[in-house]
Design a protein around this ligand. Structure first.
Ligand code: IPM
Ligand code: SF4
Length: 468
């Protein structure tokens, strides 16, 4: 029988069929962070259960930690310290490996896991965090869960899951210079909407996907959540295997050879069937920026705010006018006329070394416009160190960017640091909901290149026009 990559992983992890129509799935990796994961371990221990396979679970401090130098448990989020200390104590009590605040391997969970070879092709991986789908870029079945499910998985190394339907999006055509995986993710949202993935396992395939390096694939899969997918996945190829080789938790020696042999069999068979098939041509893509308060409300960077009802696939007239009002925009207003107050490069979408390199290339020899608060937060401590070794931190600092410690930081407002109300922020993150980056903040999501170009210009700017 012809099978998709999803079916191969699912079949290989299916322990049994349950009476309620779900399957019991074996879980290979459990990732936890201090915002949701510490509570899951604590609750489990308090009920007198043990963690079944602590060596398969990993905890990290990323969400509410301070990203200022010399950070401690006293984060700026008023109730933050309790999340940090609970997670530390619970991880210790359960025997789970914790990447603490000062650990050189600490980082945003979806950045540090691929970086350390925790996520591997063909594995099942869960985390109580909605962007766990990012990790499907390595050919794993990785999805976000709730805290109660995390407890169940910690106690049993299994999870009951209803088998999701499958979708393949075949993306062909070559990306033009200055156009990135982030623009591709935004383009899919703009075209198919935030419901486009509707609970499916979305497999990205096609020549444009094969051409992406692994970090770009992580960016593409990251926004599977915004697309409404159960998760996203990309079949492993030579690039995947080269990427995983030698990473800290990756198999070695004969185990490595055996693993690679299995991974070679993972890609979907020719003729395997999907519930939905979509096609997308990437060759005409341009850099995109969100104008509204939903990630589907995107337009080309050189475009104008749409007139009421002009793009029905980006929401009904009411939601579009509400978004325009919140964002302080007029229909027909060119995006490049919009002055910005802040620029943010960071998050599990776009804070890896390749993202920082591409942004730095544009920033070199330029200064951030007067009055713009510009912040760069590397996705992991390893990314930060690597960037510093190459002198990227100098380029960011000389341009006028703050250079921070790693964490989720201003990707989301957790009650601590924020941009101000009505401040217009161009941001390399994945969500632009009302108040996502702080009460009243207006977020425009874009690629790191577009954020860098805009920081220099002091207004939303086309990265293809900056001499870098
Ligand atoms: C805090 C956490 C549970 C949340 C998520 O699940 O996505 C966060 O990472 C986010 O991006 O909003
Ligand atoms: S960087 Fe942002 S999107 Fe990613 S896990 Fe952290 S808060 Fe969520």
């Amino acid at each position: 029988m012809k099978r998709t990559i999803f079916e191969k992983i699912w079949d290989g992890h299916r322990v049994s069929a349950l009476d309620n129509g779900a399957d019991l799935i074996l879980i290979d990796r459990i990732l936890l962070h201090e915002r949701t994961g510490g509570t899951a371990i604590r609750r489990l221990l308090d009920r007198g259960h043990d963690v079944m396979a602590p060596e398969q679970a990993f905890a990290v401090m990323d969400h509410i930690v301070d990203t200022f130098p010399g950070r401690s448990d006293d984060t700026r989020m008023p109730t933050g310290k309790a999340f940090i200390t609970t997670t530390r104590e619970a991880a210790r009590a359960a025997g789970i490996r914790l990447f603490d605040l000062d650990d050189p391997l600490q980082g945003i969970v979806h950045v540090m896991s691929p970086e350390l070879g925790i996520v591997l092709p063909g594995t099942t991986l869960i985390c109580p965090d909605s962007h766990t789908c990012s990790q499907g870029a390595l050919g794993a079945l990785a999805w976000g869960i709730g805290t109660t499910q995390a407890e169940h998985a910690l106690a049993t190394s299994t999870l009951p899951v209803r088998r999701p339907p499958q979708m393949r999006i075949t993306i062909d055509g070559e990306l033009a210079p200055g156009v990135t995986a982030k623009d591709l993710a935004l383009a899919l949202l703009g075209k198919f909407g935030v419901g486009g993935g509707s609970g499916h396992v979305v497999e990205y395939a096609g020549s444009a996907v094969s051409a992406l390096d692994i970090e770009a694939r992580l960016t593409l899969c990251n926004m599977g959540t915004e697309f409404g997918a159960f998760t996203a996945i990309i079949a492993p190829d030579d690039k995947t295997i080269d990427y995983v080789a030698g990473r800290r938790f990756a198999p070695e020696g004969p185990d490595w050879d055996a693993a690679v042999a299995q991974w070679r069999d993972l890609p979907s068979d020719d003729g395997a069937e999907y519930d939905v098939e979509l096609h997308f041509d990437a060759s005409t893509l341009v850099p995109l920026v969100s104008w509204g308060t939903s990630p589907q409300q995107v337009i080309p960077v050189d475009g104008a705010v749409p007139a009421p009802g002009a793009v029905p696939e980006q929401g009904n007239e009411d939601s579009q006018s509400r978004a325009r009002t919140y964002m302080g925009l007029e229909p027909g207003e060119p995006l490049t006329d919009l002055a910005i107050d802040a620029a943010f490069i960071g998050s599990c979408t776009n804070s890896r070394i390749s993202d920082l390199r591409r942004a730095a290339r544009l920033l070199e020899g330029h200064r951030v416009a007067a009055g713009v608060k510009a912040i760069c937060v590397p996705g992991s401590t390893s990314v930060k160190r690597a960037a510093e070794a190459e002198g990227l931190d100098r380029i960011f600092r000389d341009a006028g960017f703050e250079w921070r410690e790693s964490g989720c930081s201003m990707c989301f407002f957790a009650g601590g640091e924020s941009f101000g109300p009505q401040e217009r922020v161009i941001s390399s993150t994945n969500r632009n909901f009302e108040s996502r980056q702080g009460p009243g903040t207006r977020t425009h999501i874009a690629s790191p290149e577009t954020v860098a170009a805009s920081a220099i210009a002091g207004r939303i700017a086309d990265p293809r026009k900056v001499a870098g």
